[in-house]
Ligand binder design. Structure first.
Ligand code: NDP
Length: 446
């Protein structure tokens, strides 16, 4: 006989055919929420989970722009406004050739739970385009951002929906997007976060996601009487999240062995240093180079077309993209003695990989908890914009540390399982759900 979860998922798959990333994200959450809702029937009567798996709205639009040769190019733009029960829609924009409805629906769904976990008043959204910024000139990127915002601007605003960056949308793209928004709306408001410091941005926004993922890992280890000092770590990715996670791990005394990009990974047996991380930031942000160059520069190993999960380490931080760590790789990590995983990227582990970590009883922080530091500091950027002031770096670091500690506390409160162990997946799902569900219940049937 089909279980409640199987019945729920078969309906969801029928209504959302072919959207495998969306199915995966919902299944991970529903597996914890269905038993919780059974024990709290008011959520069932109000069909909260059914409503939460249908986005408030999805906007899809054409983005037309001209390349440097004068050719007309057409891309597809999206904004998935998933849920605004507890605050304005909030979530990043991704520019990557793989972007489609399914990926943005999974990201927006996750964002709703993540934003709730931060304790700040933010709903969930995500957007982006299948535009590939990699082979484009500076001028082409500017023209694309302006064309994208020319449509998006009518759907966003400081009390409606506040986008930010994500893969392929860094400081440069956010600046072009905000510039165009400001120009068309004729308003200087905090409608986009991740802005430059000269025009309303917040200190530590760039660092926040990576630092937050490390703070949560530290809290989890400390709850078991351990710490980061002396631990070895493997990291994937070499973008914003990966480099800042590496930086904070080094700062707290851990040894970082790997970083990667979509072509391969580097293994630095000597361990990375702050100077080496600064070199990578320059390579990736300014020179737009490949991680392979690190191996040539510092005499490290380079593994073309491979992922770093076969390297023996105490800790693993997947910080590149979704589904970049599968069941076999999870088994290898566990067999090699890995004791803690913190997900900087969104949904980097497949469902089977998550089950391997859970069954092995190792510390595993799912992305909606582990990478919530980024959107938390975006929330603080919104607050600073509304108050028309800027907080100091120390004040923001302190707030970020407290928000991540609060997430750890909530996971521990709602994720305690037999034997006293904390299941951080269950904890994050239930804690994130309660606040949103109670707000939806209060509004009645809308
Ligand atoms: P960046 O664009 O700065 O970096 C992305 C990194 O991941 C690059 O090293 C990139 O390699 C690699 N990558 C991207 N796609 C793939 C792929 N298909 N296969 C292998 N590697 C890939 O992005 P961010 O660091 O900002 O984001 C990384 C992850 O963190 C994403 O999942 C994002 O959603 C999540 N996240 C980011 C937040 C933020 O504040 N930036 C907040 C919360 C979550 P290459 O250069 O070769 O493409």
């Amino acid at each position: 006989m089909a279980t409640d979860l199987q019945r729920f998922m078969s309906g969801l798959k029928r209504r959302n055919p072919g959207e495998k990333e969306f199915h995966q994200a919902v299944e991970e959450v529903a597996a914890d929420l269905i038993p919780f809702i059974k024990a709290h029937p008011k959520y069932d009567e109000l069909q909260i989970l059914e409503r939460l798996t249908e986005p408030d709205r999805i906007i899809s639009f054409r983005v037309c722009w001209q390349d440097d040769q004068g050719n007309v190019r057409t891309n597809r733009g999206f904004r998935v406004q998933h849920n605004n029960a507890i605050g304005p829609y909030k979530g990043g924009l991704r520019f990557h050739k793989s972007v489609n409805r399914s990926i943005l629906k999974f990201l927006a769904f996750e964002q709703t739970f993540k934003n709730s976990l931060t304790g700040l008043p933010m709903g969930g959204a995500k957007g982006g385009s299948d535009f590939n910024p990699k082979d484009k000139s500076e001028h082409e990127i500017m023209r694309f951002c302006q064309a994208f915002m020319t449509e998006l601007y009518r759907h966003i605003g400081p009390y409606t929906d506040v986008p930010a960056g994500d893969i392929g949308v860094g400081a440069r793209e956010v600046s072009y997007l905000f510039g165009q928004y400001k120009r068309i709306s004729n308003q200087f408001t905090g409608t986009i976060t991740g802005k430059g410091l000269a025009f309303g941005g917040s200190l530590i926004r760039a660092e926040a996601t990576g630092y937050g993922a490390v703070y949560l890992l530290d809290d989890m280890l400390q709850a078991q009487g351990q710490g980061l000092e002396g631990k070895s770590a493997v990291i994937s990715g070499s973008g914003n999240v990966a480099t800042h996670a590496a930086e904070k791990l080094i700062d707290l005394g851990a040894r970082v062995l790997t970083l990667s990009d979509s072509s391969g990974f580097v293994y630095d047996k000597a361990g990375m240093t702050q100077e080496k991380i600064d070199w990578i930031k320059d390579l990736k942000e300014r020179r737009r180079g490949r991680i392979k160059e690190y191996a040539d520069e510092f005499g490290a190993e380079y593994h073309e077309g491979a992922r770093p999960w076969g390297v023996t380490a105490d800790l693993a931080l997947p910080c590149a993209t979704q589904n970049e760590l599968n069941e076999g790789e999870a088994k290898t990590l566990v067999a090699n003695g890995c004791i803690g995983v913190s997900e900087g990227a969104n949904m980097p582990s497949t469902l089977d990989a998550i089950h391997v970590f859970q069954n092995a009883g190792i510390l595993y922080a799912p992305s909606k908890a582990a990478n919530a530091g980024g959107v938390a500091v975006s929330g603080l950027e919104m607050t600073q914009n509304s108050m028309r002031l800027s907080w100091s770096k120390d004040e923001l670091l302190e707030r970020l540390r407290k928000i991540m500690a609060g997430i750890h506390e909530q996971c521990a409160l709602h994720g305690r399982v037999e034997g006293g162990r904390v299941d951080y997946v269950k904890g994050a799902n239930v804690a994130g759900f309660i606040k949103v569900a109670d707000a939806m219940a209060a509004y009645g049937v809308i």
